[in-house]
Design a protein around this ligand. Structure first.
Ligand code: HEM
Length: 417
């Protein structure tokens, strides 16, 4: 990677972009809360699919949504999600164990498998109290977001040319709305609260009714946003982690020893077990450093402003490049390019490491993403050993997330009991 300085200006078409990793400017940008900087402009197709979700909103609308959404990811709710995540993890292990029953070892693209797992987790943690509906709604949202991504283009107006796709997307939108409206209406009639994200949002919404609260449409848009923001990003984290552990066998062995110490050979993790999986946590952090699913954070100045010592004209985008910052030798030392989870052995926060963002717009799903990743990695290590297949082609590409373009083929071997 070539380092070209801590601050420079470039152009995306006719839009000026200030790219900076200057720690003072980065901190001021991320912590800014006076409304002069807004979140990046999403592509119109994605905006249309996500509606008025927190990822897209700014200003007082964003504040109103964030107030309702954040409590849904609180510790008490996450604790209740552990059994649902365990269930999704068990499905993965059962599928793989079945494959292993007919041969000594087998090859699998784990990136595909992890996308199934994370969709399952978002489905059950969002609407888990209605498993039948959860599956249907997630399938519909998945299809609609895939259509929006297919329309993703830098050519203005391109999406209007794809008439069939637009028509189909509108049809899906109606169906998603119908399913979720029935779900929400059903919940409202019940006396007890459901321990999933939808139930928590409805509860927070009721408490916040005096401040405006959210409409059913807005709650539906949040459910879609969770899927968009949390599905692929977490699958990508798991895929890069397996790739790294498939190469670095010594770390795989260390992590497995820890899993056996905490869980034995057959127990599934509880909330307190998850907190004891320190080595697995260090490995996930090192994976997020080397291969951050989100490679940059972008803001836009909505008026002329001054950040640090820099005067920023209205409409300038500010680009914080997480990927090169995570590989910077001045910050991380001469071995910055090497996989070394030991650099996360101290619990202290690393000032220039924020794969989930920082400040008022930091990722709301950070704890959920790490919880589900730790649980699944622990289950895999407990049941299988693995190495990277010779068919693996190293080709990280960026399209919304930084993902392995040709997947991550792994050779898995079931551990003898
Ligand atoms: C490894 C997995 C994940 C990574 C690396 C990740 C990373 C990020 C990053 C970098 C941001 C932008 C912060 C900013 O603009 O300052 C963000 C925002 C967000 N993430 Fe995540 N995320 C992950 C998983 C999740 C999950 C599981 C969910 C929900 C279920 C989620 C929901 C969101 C939402 C709603 C926002 C927007 C917050 C706002 O604008 O107020 N993310 N995430």
């Amino acid at each position: 990677m070539v380092y070209i300085g801590s601050r420079f200006l470039c152009w995306f078409g006719n839009k000026p972009v200030l790219c900076t990793d200057d720690p003072i400017v980065v901190k001021e940008v991320l912590m800014n809360s006076n409304g002069v900087l807004e979140s990046m402009n999403f592509n119109p197709s994605v905006r249309e699919a996500l509606g008025r979700g927190i990822l897209i909103l700014n200003g007082s609308d964003w504040e109103r949504h964030r107030r309702i959404v954040v409590p849904a990811f609180g510790v008490d709710n996450l604790k209740e999600m552990v059994s649902r995540i365990n269930e999704s993890g068990r499905n993965v292990i059962q599928r793989w164990t079945q494959k292993a029953s007919t041969c000594d070892e087998f090859e699998l693209d784990v990136f595909k498998e992890f996308k199934i797992f994370t969709a399952d987790v978002i489905g059950t943690t969002s609407f888990g109290s209605d498993p039948g509906q959860a599956k249907r709604v997630i399938e519909l949202i998945d299809e609609q977001i895939a259509l929006a991504i297919a329309d993703y283009s830098f050519v203005p107006g391109y999406r209007y040319l794809c008439v069939k796709r637009r028509w189909h997307s509108m049809k899906l939108n109606r169906e998603i709305k119908k399913c979720l409206t029935e779900l929400v209406e059903g919940r409202r009639k019940m006396a007890t609260r459901d321990s999933d994200l939808l139930g928590s949002m409805l509860e927070a919404n009721q408490k916040d009714a005096d401040n405006g609260g959210l409409s059913i449409e807005e709650i539906i848009d949040e459910c879609k946003t969770f899927f968009f923001a949390g599905h692929e990003s977490t699958a990508v984290l798991l895929a890069w982690t397996c790739m790294l552990l498939g190469i670095h066998q010594e770390w795989q062995d260390r992590a497995r020893a820890e899993v056996f110490e905490v869980l034995g050979t057959d127990r599934v993790p509880t909330w307190s077990d998850v907190n004891k999986l320190k080595t697995v946590g260090m490995i996930l952090n090192e994976s997020l450093r080397l291969y951050p699913p989100g490679v940059a954070i972008v803001r836009k100045a909505v008026m002329d402003c001054k950040i640090g010592s820099i005067c920023i004209p209205k409409d300038t985008q500010i680009f914080i490049p997480l990927l090169p910052m995570n590989h910077n030798e001045t910050t991380w030392g001469e071995d910055a390019e090497k996989f070394n989870p030991n650099r996360f052995s101290e619990a202290s926060e690393k000032a220039s490491f924020f794969p989930f963002g920082k400040g008022p717009r930091a990722c709301v799903g950070q704890k959920l993403a790490l919880l589900e990743s730790k649980i699944l990695m622990a289950m895999i290590l407990q049941n299988f050993s693995f190495h990277l297949s010779k068919n693996y082609i190293h080709s990280p590409v960026v399209f919304i997330t930084m993902y392995p373009q040709h997947g991550v083929p792994i050779i898995l071997h079931a551990l003898k009991r």
